[in-house]
Design a protein around this ligand. Structure first.
Ligand code: PMP
Length: 405
């Protein structure tokens, strides 16, 4: 009945997008949503995706039948190799089950649902503070208790490693620890390799369960192996873990919802049977939620991932996107330093991936929107892809003004 349904608040990010669209000023700048834009602030269809699209359309054997429940096998097996590395012993030992999902969000959700149902004792899920805004509601919606670990240091605008370790070691044993595989959203701050090694040791001591969210492989550094390093290291260390993998950013397939969920079991004599039992239960969850996943985006990604030439072209396209973002980081930092804007700005180039956590306050963010038509989330996060050679100076000057006020 109507009276039992309270009005929910609008999604802050999608609300921000609507406000941007409604703004008639031609100088307006969209630094809200995490989607890649080219130097003219336009969405970019990757040339390799365009090519794969044409190949698919010309393929007379294609039809619109259902995919299997676990998705397109050529896609899921290539996706597993991409994140784990083709030579991963976890793959040769058949310790990995991969299931196609509704992009990264669907992968996080199915993982949450699976853990809620089968992980003994409804453990608490720990997220970084801050984290991707959707994490909390995805896990809460399946009734898993949630908590946070410190992550971002306001003073250094880098990692609060001591705080992070402290919270992880104080968490009850067997907790679920959600980790961003690379290019942390919203801060752009990642642990170093040595810090990842320490974290792995700590998680092992505490018998915690790592849940990796990987939304930016290849998009962050332009190097697929480098961006997968942390996940591969944890797998090497023998963890049982899961991975939510999105192909929204790295293929520019946002609306096609191509993603994958991987469950990796730890090495043991019964690993293959564990994997098979997990696969059977995931299939039931998938069937009850979506029956079977959407075909188009998976076909595109599969074609590219399984063809050496197309794969090389994709890597080139990834370098184009990550390279432009890295250049914008350099440009923004040097403009702010040129202007002598109060504060330090090295964090703009130290942080990586789609986002930068600028350190601007909620009041300054509101002021930027009011006076300069710049749209960003109120936590001071900017999507670097919204900057380009035409607007970076305008944005830097606007920041300079609000910082001096
Ligand atoms: N996790 C993180 C950390 C993200 O930033 C995103 C994209 N904003 C996702 C998951 C999932 O996105 P999608 O469902 O579009 O793949």
């Amino acid at each position: 009945p109507e009276y039992a349904v309270p009005q929910a608040p609008e999604d802050p990010l999608f609300g921000l997008m609507a406000a941007f669209r409604a703004d008639g000023d031609e100088k307006k700048v969209d630094l809200g949503i995490g989607a890649y834009r080219d130097n003219d602030a336009k969405p970019w269809v990757l040339p390799v995706v365009k090519k794969a699209d044409i190949l698919l359309r010309d393929d007379p054997s294609l039809n619109h039948e259902y995919l299997p429940i676990a998705g397109l096998t050529d896609f899921t097996s290539a996706a597993a190799k991409l994140i784990l590395g083709a030579e991963s012993p976890a793959l040769s030992e058949k310790r990995v089950h991969s299931m196609q999902t509704i992009s990264g969000t669907g992968a996080v959700h199915i993982g949450a649902l699976f853990l809620r149902k089968f992980y003994a004792g409804a453990p608490t899920v720990y997220f970084s503070n801050p984290t991707w805004a959707n994490h909390n509601q995805i896990f809460s919606n399946v009734h898993l208790p949630t908590s946070t670990y410190p992550y971002f240091s306001k003073s250094t605008k880098g990692l609060d490693f001591a705080g992070m370790k402290n919270a992880i070691s104080s968490a009850p044993d067997h907790s679920i620890i959600l980790l961003h595989a690379c290019a942390h959203n919203p801060t752009g701050v990642d642990p170093t390799r040595d810090q990842w090694k320490e974290l792995a040791m700590l998680l092992k001591q505490k018998r915690h369960f790592p849940f990796f969210d990987c939304a930016y492989q290849g998009f962050a550094s332009g190097d697929l192996a480098k961006d997968a390093w942390a996940v591969r290291y944890f797998v090497e260390q023998g963890f049982e873990l899961c991975i939510a993998q999105s192909f929204a950013k790295n293929f520019g397939l946002y609306g096609e919802r191509a993603g994958c969920f991987h469950f990796v079991t730890s090495p043991s004599s019964s690993a293959t049977s564990t994997t098979s039992r997990i696969a059977s239960q995931l299939a039931i969850l998938q069937r009850s939620e979506i029956s079977n996943p959407p075909a188009y985006g998976a076909r595109i990604a599969s074609l590219i991932l399984n063809d050496t030439k197309l794969f090389a072209e994709w890597e080139e396209n990834l370098r184009t996107m990550s390279g432009r973002i890295i250049n914008m980081r350099k440009a923004l930092r040097s403009k702010l330093e040129e202007l002598g804007t109060p504060g330090t700005w090295n964090h703009i180039t130290d942080q990586i991936g789609m986002f930068s956590f600028t350190g601007l306050s909620e009041k300054q963010v509101a002021e930027l929107r009011e006076s300069s038509h710049v749209y960003m989330t109120k936590n001071g996060r900017i999507s670097m892809a919204g900057l380009n050679t035409h607007n970076v100076e305008y944005f830097a000057k606007a920041v300079d003004r609000v910082v001096r006020e």
